[in-house]
Design a protein around this ligand. Structure first.
Ligand code: FAD
Ligand code: UDP
Length: 395
């Protein structure tokens, strides 16, 4: 990719925008800003573009997602149309089975899940009656436990949700916001798709190619293997877009915001197909939560197959904001400081501490672009170097 360089960029006097992070948030804004003639420098400390959506071919020649399986789905025509400028698509509907009581059962819980688990022959309407009979009344749904027990009762909750959630987050579902398990619906029909969004598709040639197309403008310079702190006061820029962790930007002045991490164990098996669907969840056994087989996602044909095991851990790269009230309060303190940063805009999953999917990050970035257009920097138009620490301590 000729536009991508790990060298210091050329001798132009400066950049209009310094963008920290080359994931979806940073790449969308780089592309949009460059389309209006702005000069953009996008920096990432990793050796590649794409953020957590980055994909590459492994040693066996199989396209994998090094940071875990990324399946694109959205109800937003605007987001889908926007990304379609940079990629063709391969339709893909993700299916997940959960390993419970010695069977592989559909998750989200549906009619077949319940019938096969309990050896029943319920119809859809009988299943609704069944759920009503086992559901626990909850006056106010506050936690991730409330969401599930109030819908499907305690036994299904314990079999499908409690163990998985404890493993994934290191917390009991009763300690997590309702929004976490609410991501997974319950169905009385036989629909076994993980998502029901209008648009469900994978970039035809992978995410990295999509990002290359987004960053192809000659007005965009890409600097990899670089922590922005190492260059922030060396290069002139006018406005910063920051997509890294919110607390890190402020040197953890109010303490650490919890981000859950994962360790990925990538394995290539000498068989054409390893498991019956794209992802198998393991709520109750093993230290890993799920196993995903990439060829389902990508449609690639290959005599071997590559899978990834996800092991949740407390320390490591920040992957998930942890949705619970006390963390939201701490994030709000940082967010108040973020708003007060005159030359910096915070965008994306880590920088706004929101458990966002890719499409939500794209939508957020498109909105930020609109806002930047509507309220251009009132600051002096000349590019100036502003060191982050100076900007922060001047608050
Ligand atoms: P990131 O992609 O995290 O990009 C931020 C970038 O900033 C990183 O590349 C980082 O290296 C860089 N950075 C941070 N600090 C600095 C610094 N100091 N200097 C320079 N660079 C820095 N979403 C879906 O829609 N579907 C899925 O199936 C899906 N699966 C997922 C599976 C897993 C295991 C995970 C963790 C996430 C998944 N997501 C999925 C969510 C998706 O990854 C995010 O919504 C999206 O990638 C967020 O984009 P972003 O640009 O906000 O952040
Ligand atoms: N979850 C669960 N059992 C499952 C699937 C999900 O308990 O079989 C819970 C768990 O807390 C998980 C959350 O629902 O973190 C959201 O699941 P999702 O698949 O959306 O997680 P992600 O793909 O973002 O890791």
């Amino acid at each position: 990719m000729s536009e991508v360089s790990s060298q210091l960029p050329d001798s132009r006097p400066g950049y209009d925008y310094l963008i920290v992070g080359a994931g979806f948030a940073g790449a969308v804004l780089a592309e949009r800003l460059a389309s209006t003639g702005q000069r953009v420098l996008i920096v990432d400390k990793r050796p590649h573009i794409g953020g957590n959506a980055y994909d590459r071919y492994d040693d066996a020649g199989i396209l994998i997602h090094p940071y875990g399986p990324h399946i694109f789905h959205t109800n937003s025509k605007q987001v889908f149309d926007y990304l379609s400028r940079f990629t063709a698509w391969r339709p893909y509907q993700h299916r997940v089975l959960s390993s419970v009581d010695g069977q592989l059962l559909p998750i989200p819980i549906n009619l077949d899940t319940v019938n096969r688990l309990y050896g029943l022959h319920l119809s859809a309407s009988e299943l609704e009656d069944y759920f009503a009979s086992v559901a626990e009344p909850v006056t106010q749904i506050r936690t991730s436990e409330d969401v599930v027990v109030s819908r499907v009762g305690r036994d299904l909750y314990q079999k499908f949700f409690r163990g998985y959630t404890r493993k994934q987050w290191g917390l009991d579902p009763s300690e997590l916001a309702a929004s976490v398990t609410a991501r997974v619906p319950t169905r009385a029909n036989r629909d076994d798709r993980y998502f029901t969004d209008t648009y469900q598709a994978m970039p035809m040639h992978g995410y990295t190619r999509l990002f290359e197309a987004m960053l192809a403008s000659p007005l965009i310079s890409v600097m990899l293997n670089t922590d922005y702190r190492d260059i922030v006061s060396l290069l002139p820029w006018r406005h910063m877009i920051y997509t890294g962790p919110l607390d890190a930007y402020f040197d953890y002045r109010y303490g650490r915001l919890p981000y859950r991490s994962l360790q990925f164990d990538h394995v290539t098996h000498p068989v054409e197909q390893f498991q019956p669907v794209g992802t198998v969840n393991h709520p109750n056994d093993y230290a890993y939560t799920r196993v995903s087989e990439f060829k389902y996602l990508t449609g690639q044909r290959h005599p071997q197959t590559s899978v990834v095991y996800e092991y949740p851990v407390a320390e490591g790269d920040p992957y998930y904001p942890v949705p619970r009230a006390e963390n939201a309060e701490l994030a709000a303190r940082y967010a108040a400081d973020a708003v007060a940063e005159p030359r910096v805009t915070f965008v994306g999953r880590l920088a706004t501490y929101r458990y966002y999917n890719m499409d939500q990050v794209v939508a957020q970035a498109l909105k930020v672009f609109q806002d930047l257009q509507a309220e251009p920097d009132t600051a002096d138009d000349r590019p100036v170097a502003v060191s982050t620490s100076a900007a922060v301590t001047s608050l």
